[in-house]
Write a protein that binds this ligand. Structure first.
Ligand code: MG
Length: 342
């Protein structure tokens, strides 16, 4: 297949197994130091890294480049996703994001008014979690070298050691919670790209997730967290199960999917489980606290559709009991079927 030759292809950036292989071989394979003070480092391939400062306190950091096309899409734009996406990777490590840095590569001729809109969107997302943009960089390059703008943001959070929740701590018997409907962002991007001739009410879910994480942590015991971005919930669930050495049994009926997402999904033949979400969290939660966590999340601004979608099992596979009574193996996609989704 095309991705087996010696060039980097689109599929290498698409958040699936092919990307994981490249990261392992070429990126991790060439680095000699990938963690500090015994913290969580690059090799964990978690949503963020930690640097322990002393016995109690840690800094969480993460970085993300945003190349989404189109730059403006139903429900958001590259500014909102550049802020929310990175704030969310800090949030799902279990600590409150406090700051972002922001590097923008802009193509010559880019409209000033669009940049103004993008900055307002970034600011709005930061305001939602009271995070600051504390440093940045801007570069402009030739028009024919870039279509529009690429934005790289890094995120910083500060917390206590016991706040940290990795994506690898699931234990048999834990309940699995998703904080809302699945596939909204990927399908909203696709509907815009394909230029459907009718108005779909489908919107991206792009939003900061910290309020949901904070609410969940107050009442429950969280064993693992991840935001199901590229590769969708199929990728995130498998990564969490795989890293934790467990399986999952999910109930299809409990997995929230909007009708509009199902409609676009059927029209394009794209699995909503395999496309990106930009305002959702998957959590592993101790069973005796799961109902309290669910209640708390459902009371937040973005969490009203949250559900307990299944539980952690022995074994290795993520299996879903389907509505019609069968079983379906949920596998990690080779790549997200929607390129340049974030
Ligand atoms: Mg993430």
């Amino acid at each position: 297949m095309a991705y087996n030759d010696d060039k980097i292809n689109m599929v290498h950036g698409a958040g699936g197994e092919v990307m994981q292989d490249m990261i392992g071989d070429i990126i991790l394979g060439n680095l000699s130091k990938t963690s500090v003070n015994g913290g969580i480092g690059l090799e964990a391939l978690d949503d963020g890294a930690t640097i322990p400062l002393d016995d109690d306190h840690v800094v969480v950091t993460t970085v993300d480049s945003h190349t989404v096309q189109p730059l403006f899409f139903p429900g958001g734009d590259i500014g909102r996703i550049s802020a929310a996406g990175t704030l969310n990777d800090v949030s799902v490590m279990g600590v409150k994001p406090v700051a972002l840095t922001n590097a923008m590569v802009i193509s010559e001729g880019f409209p000033r008014s669009d940049l103004d809109t993008i900055m307002k969107s970034m600011n709005e997302a930061c305001e939602e979690v009271d995070a600051a943009i504390i440093s940045g960089d801007t570069k402009v390059i030739d028009q024919d070298k870039l279509d529009g703008i690429i934005i790289s943001t890094s995120g910083i959070g500060i917390g206590k050691k016991e706040d940290i929740v990795t994506d690898a701590g699931l234990e048999v018997g834990d309940k699995v919670i998703i904080t809302g409907s699945v596939g909204d962002h990927g399908m909203a991007i696709m509907s815009k790209r394909e230029g459907f001739g009718y108005d779909t009410e489908l919107k991206s879910d792009v939003a900061p997730v910290w309020s949901m994480v904070e609410a969940a942590k107050k009442v429950g015991t969280l064993t693992a967290m991840k935001d199901p971005t590229r590769g969708g919930i199929a990728n995130a669930l498998n990564e969490m199960a795989n890293k934790s050495g467990v399986g999952m049994l999910l109930d299809e009926e409990k997995i929230p999917i909007k009708d509009a997402v199902n409609a676009v999904s059927e029209m394009l033949g794209i699995d909503p489980f395999e496309v990106a979400n930009e305002g959702k969290v998957i959590m592993g939660v101790k069973a005796d606290t799961a109902e309290d966590v669910l209640d708390a999340i459902q009371k937040t601004k973005y969490g009203k559709d949250a559900q307990i979608i299944g539980e952690v099992t022995e074994g290795k596979h993520v299996i879903m009991e389907t509505v019609i009574g069968g079983e379906r193996l949920i596998e990690p996609p080779m790549a997200d079927p929607v390129p340049r989704v974030c």
